[in-house]
Design a protein around this ligand. Structure first.
Ligand SMILES: N[C@@H](CCC(=O)N[C@@H](CS)C(=O)NCC(=O)O)C(=O)O
Length: 348
């Protein structure tokens, strides 16, 4: 009796253990995504972008959005809906962006957003990667004679955006140097640019990519200089709402696909011919080896579509940032194989 009770207990514990393990495996690989289902129903990806930052997310006169942040949204649309054009863009100020994501107004935020501990740990937000390594800098008028932040003196006024890491870095920077400063902050980026251009502040501070992009909007861009110092780390990347692990993976691996495609020399024009490659890593990215798409409930051509319709990271950077002269040199945003820090986990 005791013996059979013991075996019964053993059988029950073993099945419970199996069930628990099964649950864990099943949970992670259950491929259920409410966001993906809703995206398919809507027929477009709801993507939060800036209100206009050349090179990153910017609309032309006919409302066509372009930029490297826009390309992340396009990649997700190509992967999930088969068409990179199926994106609805939501222009958001820095202050509005996170609420738009947590409230469900948007499903991806791809808007020069810095990945920080407090934002990541905040309930409701998950950063999926980095699509541009940046840092904060300062721009001044050339006729100020300032060529370095070491010439900054108490009384300096600094224009910037509300709701950004910029405000906090600026405070830390000036306070640590004992420089009294006057912040001149606005919610809309164009208000910041206009105020600086009108001489309402001595310096304009934001991400260096932002300075390069916004400089193009000044009345006389050549009358201004970006100082050499970089006062912070600003890893910019896409963000999703917390709680939908499959959607999070889709966005993360859509970005990773663009970066890894560049690493393996797969471009929008040669992607189809790369199916004949001898390299298994290449074959996986163009969908002729393995079943990577199944991991997120997608078909096996999801990554091929990203590369064909959007291009690899290098193509995107060249088109939107280098060829437009915003930041002709890639700097840290070069692949790790070419001296930069762009390094993504392998698609396998
Ligand atoms: N990366 C920083 C700053 C982001 C930010 O909002 N920068 C401004 C100044 S470049 C901007 O994006 N302006 C464009 C816009 O609001 O449309 C952050 O995540 O807080």
């Amino acid at each position: 009796m005791i013996k059979s009770l013991k075996s019964l207990v053993l059988v029950i514990s073993a099945s419970l253990l199996l069930f628990a393990c099964g649950q864990q495996g099943g949970g992670a690989g259950s491929k259920k995504s409410k966001t993906l289902d809703n995206t398919k129903k809507a027929g477009f990806v709801k993507c939060g972008v800036s209100q206009g930052l050349p090179g990153f997310s910017n609309a032309d006169a006919s409302g066509n959005w372009t930029g490297i942040d826009v390309d992340v949204c396009r990649a997700v649309a190509a992967a999930t809906l088969g068409d990179a054009d199926k994106v609805k863009y939501f222009p958001l100020s820095a202050k509005e962006r996170f609420t738009a994501l947590t409230s469900g107004e948007i499903d991806v935020l791809s808007r020069n957003t810095t990945w920080t501990l407090s934002r990541d740990a905040d309930i409701g937000l998950t950063f999926v990667g980095v699509n541009f390594y940046d840092g904060q800098g300062f721009m001044v008028r050339k006729d100020s004679g300032i060529t370095s932040t070491s010439q900054f003196k108490s009384g300096i006024s600094a224009c910037t955006n509300i709701g950004t890491t910029t405000e906090l870095n600026m405070r830390d920077f000036f306070n640590s140097k004992g420089i009294k400063y006057e912040p001149v902050a606005f919610e809309k980026a164009d208000e910041v640019v206009a105020a600086y251009d009108a001489g309402r502040c001595d310096t304009y501070t934001t991400d260096k990519s932002g300075l390069a992009a916004q400089r193009t909007k000044l009345k006389d861009p050549n009358a201004h200089r970006v100082l050499p110092e970089t006062i912070s780390k600003e890893p910019l990347g896409p963000v999703v709402r917390q709680g939908d692990a499959v959607w999070e993976d889709i966005v993360r691996w859509s970005l990773n696909t663009m970066i890894e495609a560049e690493e393996y020399g797969i471009t929008s024009s040669n992607a189809d011919s790369m199916k004949e490659s001898e390299n298994p890593a290449v074959k996986r990215l163009v969908g002729v080896e393995g079943e990577l798409g199944a991991a997120f409930g997608l078909d096996n051509e999801w990554s091929l579509r990203i590369i064909k319709q959007v291009g690899n990271y290098g193509e995107s950077y060249k088109k939107h940032i280098a060829d437009t002269d915003i930041l002709p040199k890639r700097g840290p945003n070069q692949l790790w194989t070419k001296g930069g820090i762009l390094y993504v986990p392998p698609a396998r």
